[in-house]
Every structure is written in C-alpha cells, then in structure tokens.
Design a protein around this ligand. Structure first.
Ligand code: ADP
Length: 717
C-alpha cells in the first residue's frame, strides 16, 4: 500500500499539499523533502502521512528526502498552532522555522596562528604582528589588528613563524557548566530560585516581577541551571527584545556557565545561523539567547523558556507573519511541556492580570540587590523652567549633568527619537517635507546629511532649496532627535566624552556590544540614547538619567499609550544608581499632573496599574477583552473603498463581538498603497481567531488589494 504525504511549503499558501511517497522512501513526519510545485522544486516539511485509499487521482511524487535534520514534532505542531492563531497561512511561520535550515553552510575557515618560532629578521611591523597573534584568526584580521599590510603576515607564514590552520565552522557548542557559580543569591533571590526549582516539571508559567536591578537575571540563570542539571538533554531558550540586549544576556550566560550560548537574531551571518539551527535540532546546543524569532527554532528537548523584559513591544512582530513572541512563548511551552518564565520590572497588564487571577505563578523581588537603591525621580515642569529658545535641556537638568560630571559619574539622556529633527519645514512657504508616496514626515539626519522616512527607509539628501517654492536656505529643522540633543550637550560640556546610541549609530550586534562595553567601562560621560539603550543594561557609574521629553509617548494615545510610557520611563530611569552610588532621574514634562508622571515620581506602580486596569475593565479592553485589527491596503482608493464596504457587510454576526470601521488608517498611505482599518473587540471567551478566519473566508479581495489580520494589535497606525 502506498502512502500520501502532506507537505507544508514555506510560502503563503493556504494549506499543506498532498504528494505520493515513492516506494521505499520511508518518510516520517517532520522530514524535510523536495517537492514539485508548478515548474519549480521546493523545500517542504512532511506534516502528515496516511495510507492512500484506492481510486484517487494520481498525485505527484515527493522528489527527494533532504539530508537535513527533520523538524521535531513540537516544532511542527507549534508552527501549525501559530498559523491558526494568527489567521495566516501555515507556510508563513514555517518559513521562519526553516530560516536556519536554508541558510548557506559555512566553509572551513582558514586562520593563522603563531608557531612559537622567532622570525629570522625582526622588524617593528613583524613585532606588532606577533603581539597581535594572541589567538588564531584570519590573516586579514591579524594584519588589520597589527596595522600592517597583508604582505607582512604572508612573509611570516612563508618563514614558518606563523602557520595556516583550518577550523571546522561546525564546531560543537561547549556544554554549559552548571556548577560554576560566581554570585551568591541574596535571600529574596534565593527564595525565588528555590520556588522555581521546586516547581513540578512540565508546563507552567511564572511571572518574575522584580524592580530594576533586583537580580531577575541572576534568578532566571539559576532556573536555567536547575533545568539543565535536572535533565542532561534539557534545552533553555532566553528571549530578549532587542539585539543590543541579547549581547548583554549572552555575556551573562557565558560568565555563569563558562560557555557561549547559541546566538539568534536577524544580524547573524548565514553560516552561524545554520550552525545554531542544526545544533538546536540535534539537542547539542543547550542554551539559546535570541530575539523573538528564536521561538521558532527546532528544539529537541526544550525545558525552559525565559522571556526577559516580557512587557516590551519589540516582541510583537508587525510585518509579514504577525505575532507576539511573549504570547507564543506560552503556547510553545505548553506544546513542549516546558516551564515559561516571564521577567520584568514593569510587566504587561496582560501578564499581571494572569498573575492576579492565579493563572500564572507570581514571584516578586521588591528591592535592588545589595546597597543599590532605586533612584530618586523628580519631575521638571517645563512650563516653569523651560529650556532657552531653540534648546531642549532645561536649567535644572543641565545643572544636574554638571554635578554628575564633576563627580566623575555618567549621565544617560533618554529621548526616543532617532535623527536630528523629526520635522523639516520651509520658513518661506510652510511646506513640510514628506516622503513621496507615504504619509509620513521626513526626519533629518545630520550625521549623514539626509532626510529619511522611518517607515519605509526612503531617503534623500537634504535639498538646498525648498522643493515646493524654490526659496534658498529656507528649510528649518523643528524639534529634537538624539543627534540634536547630543549637539546641545556637547556645546554645554565641551570636555565631556559623548556618544549616541540609536539604531542609526549602532547598526549591528558588534557595534552594540562595543558601545555597551565602553559605557560600562566608564569611557563615556554622557550617552544620548533612544530606547535601544534604555533597557536592561547595567552601567555601574551611571547615576543620572535625564528624560528629555517624558510626554512623547502619550501623544496620539492609543489604548496602551499610558502603560507603554510608564514601562519605558520606569526602565529608562531604572538604569540610574544600579550599584553603590545613589542615582536620580529627572523627567522633563509639560504635564506633571498626568497619572503616568505622578506614578513615576511616586514610584507607585501598583496604584497606576490598578487605575489602568479599572479603565480597561470598564471598556472591555485587553486584558479584559480581546482585540483584532484588519488592515486592507491597495493602490486604488475607489477599489479599496468598495472592497472594505463589502467586507463590512460580510462581518459575521456573533454575540460578544463588535466590529468598528472601516476607517482611514492614521497612516493612510504607505509606499503608494492606501490603507483602511477595522477594529474588532470581543469578550474574552470568544475564539477571536476562528471569528476572523470565518470573516476572511467570506470575502475575496480583488487582485491588488491585500488584507492583513493582526490578532491583539499593538499598533493602531
Ligand atoms: P535585573 O535583571 O533585575 O535588572 P540584574 O540581575 O541585572 O537585575 O542585577 C543587577 C546588578 O546587581 C547586576 O550588576 C548584578 O550582577 C548584580 N547582582 C544581582 N544579584 C546579585 C548577587 N546575588 N550577587 C552579586 N551581584 C548581584
């Protein structure tokens, strides 16, 4: 009897396709195979096998079973679950899960290493090479490190002073050493770690809720050690919201376990990606530290998932396959029978609600470790003490920066805005510079001299004359970004060492690590940073945090504006005074009476959360109700309008579900495509994914119109 294989292909197709299994191929679920699809041959994954009943029309056969590791059953189930939840094609999450499997394999790397032999002829250049050759490295790197030409290195190889070696790029991951512990947990940390260790095995969710600097990282590393120790094959996944933060976590993991973990995020080169993917599937890589997509790795025996800074909005993937990694981490934990640990000083209202109702376990750490105290937080009322005209730092903040510098301590100026100025306009005709086919203002970047659309990446040189009226030198920059604040700080403190930390100045993981190390080593006096640097890091000499525009996140307020502003500013201010020196934070605001500012100044999270929860409950909003969004887009306004009207009429009538819209999206035009939105609110008990799937099945968008569904939206633009 022959069998039929259902094969899922990593493309946006509605379902798995059936193929005939050739005699003797011996397929199993999870196997990676090559299958014909139209004129092409595609990689796919077997998700199901069944006996063929007679009489079916003949199916095309599977072309080949690939010599790549199969996807473990948990990963296959997770991919399918995630697709159903997100109301998207299962091939979309599968594509994420196969990203490492399809990455290019590494070639053996050629490095040079010292042989111990002395050169026949010693020159200063040769001396520098030998000083730099402390460990094997590629010849080009060695030449660069020593500041010599490639010829000098080659000469030393020819003489036998250096030798060429090949290293296997698929070298194994060193096993973690769980017994290696450098810190002793304080009593409250030890109690939390003990509670985690004593938890019954299998799936559980715990909220590790501890103030900034309380040692949550120490506690979850203990939980990781316990999981690795209890089972010699156990694997641990630690998710961090930003690449910069993965670097800090990797360093902590390496210090705790004496071995580097697998690293996974968008900035990893393909061969390294492949190595982590294969080692994860083989169960040989026991600890992975990564950004959200690491959740889709093919773990063989996942026993613990840590979601660090679980409240962070970066866990929400907004493009392509739309998902929230914190929510899916809980799902993956359930499928794998793994413990899930959500850590934060400012947990999301969703997680707090689950903790309050007993669905999650709740461990609290209420004080900083050791002598460190939480910083004093003071509001600066900009209506009373405004900065000078054309400046952004108020006199009290400037004074505090001067005092901090004089003590040899560090300042972090936090402003969540990239570039130099968020708006450029013509003072002759009033024209605002916008992107050509997108509803967004162009942001001035002075380091590069360009105007940039942060939404689409479009950029152009800053023109000398207004493109609208032709006036020369009439374009003025309105408002501050980090570059402008740095300029101001540099003018105020010309002798201070300054740096800017934003995704424009720090564009890869290595840069991020370098800047974090320089800051930690005290080589920077004033760091001007967006949120990329405001969370999670430990800078021992940082004692002053100045929030340049505390009101920024409240403008345009969506449902989570207050919550998000509270979280972001509590995190930013929480960078101050993490060691023995007391810290303080100054928040510049025009709205000192706003509930968020009051809660921050009083450091009263619980009161803020209680008030916010009460409002959400009244309105039936998350975490008390559920939301989904529909974003329809198309190049033609009339066609899009007609389609969304049809779609409105097709909405299923279900008790407990309300549909709002269609409405113009606040960002009504992106890359030449018009955008319309629906918002759906449902009671908690409603299967919102099923509702959205049923709705979508009733409409057929015309060719150029695209419909995206966003379950539990975080952006409403
Ligand atoms: P959190 O993750 O809660 O922000 P961390 O784990 O980063 O806190 O701890 C804050 C700082 O205190 C770090 O520098 C950490 O090394 C130090 N620390 C925390 N707990 C201990 C401990 N038990 N012994 C020594 N140092 C500790």
């Amino acid at each position: 009897m022959s069998r039929i294989a259902s094969v899922l292909i990593p493309m946006p197709l509605p379902e798995a396709f059936d193929y005939a299994e050739p005699e003797g191929m011996g397929l199993a679920p999870g196997d990676q195979v090559a299958v014909p699809l139209g004129p092409r041959t595609m990689r796919g994954v077997v998700v199901d096998l069944r006996e063929a009943a007679g009489g079916n029309r003949p199916l095309k056969p599977v072309a080949e079973r690939l010599d790549d590791p199969p996807l473990p059953p948990g990963t296959v189930e997770f991919v399918q679950w995630a697709a159903r939840y997100a109301v998207d094609a299962p091939g979309q999450p599968l594509a994420i899960a196969l990203r490492g499997a399809r990455a290019q394999k590494a070639r053996p790397q050629r490095v040079v290493a010292a042989t111990g032999r002395a050169p026949v002829r010693a020159t200063p250049a040769r001396g520098r090479v030998l000083d730099a050759a402390v460990q094997p490295m590629p010849a080009a790197d060695l030449a660069r490190a020593a500041g010599v030409s490639a010829g000098v290195v080659k000469g030393l190889v020819d003489e036998g002073v250096l030798e060429v070696r090949e290293i296997d790029p698929r070298r194994a991951f060193d096993p973690p050493d769980v017994s290696r512990r450098e810190t002793h947990l304080n009593p409250s940390q030890a109690a939390a770690a003990e509670a985690l260790r004593k938890a019954p095995g299998g799936f559980s969710v715990t909220l590790l809720d501890g103030v900034t600097g309380s040692g949550k990282t120490e506690v979850y590393l203990e939980a990781a050690a316990a999981a690795l120790e209890a089972d010699p094959e156990a694997q641990v996944l630690i998710l961090a919201p930003e690449i910069a933060l993965t670097q800090a976590v990797i360093a902590r993991v390496a210090a705790r376990f004496g071995a580097a973990p697998g690293e996974w995020h968008s900035d990893i080169a393909p061969p390294a990606r492949r190595r982590v993917w294969e080692a994860t599937a083989a169960g040989e890589c026991r600890i992975v530290v990564g950004a959200r997509s690491a959740l889709f790795l093919p773990f063989k025996r996942l026993r613990l998932i840590v979601v660090d800074e679980e409240h962070d909005g970066s866990f929400k993937q907004e493009e392509g396959f739309i998902y929230h990694a914190r929510d899916l981490a809980v799902v993956r934990g359930r499928i794998e029978g793994a413990a899930v640990l959500l850590a934060s000083a400012t947990p999301s209202l969703e997680s707090l609600r689950n903790a309050e109702t007993g669905r999650y376990r709740w461990l609290r750490l209420s004080a900083r470790h050791g002598a460190a105290r939480l910083p004093d937080i003071t509001l600066i009322d900009l209506r009373e003490t405004p900065p000078e005209a054309g400046r952004w730092l108020s006199p009290p903040l400037v004074r505090a920066m001067g005092e901090t510098l004089a003590r040899g301590e560090q300042t972090l100026l936090f402003l969540n805005r990239r570039g130099y100025a968020p708006l450029v306009l013509c003072k002759a005709c009033g024209e605002r510079m916008t992107a050509p086919d997108t509803d967004s203002w162009l942001v001035e970047h002075r380091y590069t001299g360009r105007l940039v659309c942060h939404l689409t990446g479009f950029s152009m040189p800053k023109p000398a004359a207004c493109p609208h009226c032709g006036a020369k030198d009439s374009l003025v920059s309105i408002g501050p970004g980090v570059e402008r604040v740095e300029e101001e700080a540099r003018a105020l403190f010309p002798d201070a060492r300054l740096a800017v930390f934003s995704s424009d100045t720090v564009f890869d993981a290595r840069e991020a690590r370098r800047l974090v190390e320089r800051m930690a080593a005290g080589e920077i006096d004033i760091l001007v940073a967006t949120q990329a640097a405001a969370k999670g890091h430990n800078f021992p000499r940082l004692t002053l945090v100045g929030v340049v525009d505390a009101d920024l996140g409240l403008r345009g307020g969506d449902l989570r504006a207050g919550e998000r502003t509270y979280q972001l500013l509590a995190q930013a201010t929480g960078r101050a005074g993490r060691h023995d020196r007391p810290g303080r934070a100054l928040l510049q605001t025009y709205a000192p009476d706003h509930a968020v500012m009051q809660a921050l100044a009083a450091q009263d999270r619980d009161a803020f959360v209680a008030a916010e929860m009460a409002e959400r409950e009244l309105a039936g909003l998350p975490p008390f109700g559920r939301l989904a969004a529909v974003i329809a887009s198309g190049p033609d306004a009339g066609q899009l309008d007609a389609f969304v009207q049809d779609m409105a009429r097709a909405a299923p009538n279900t008790p407990g579900v309300e549909v709002y819209g269609p409405a113009d999206a606040p960002l009504g035009l992106i890359r030449g495509r018009r955008r319309k939105r629906f918002l759906v609110r449902a009671d908690r008990g409603v299967d919102l994914s099923a509702y959205m799937a049923a709705w979508r099945a009733r409409v057929r968008p015309p060719g150029p119109v695209r419909v995206a569904i966003d379950i539990d939206p975080y952006s409403f633009l």
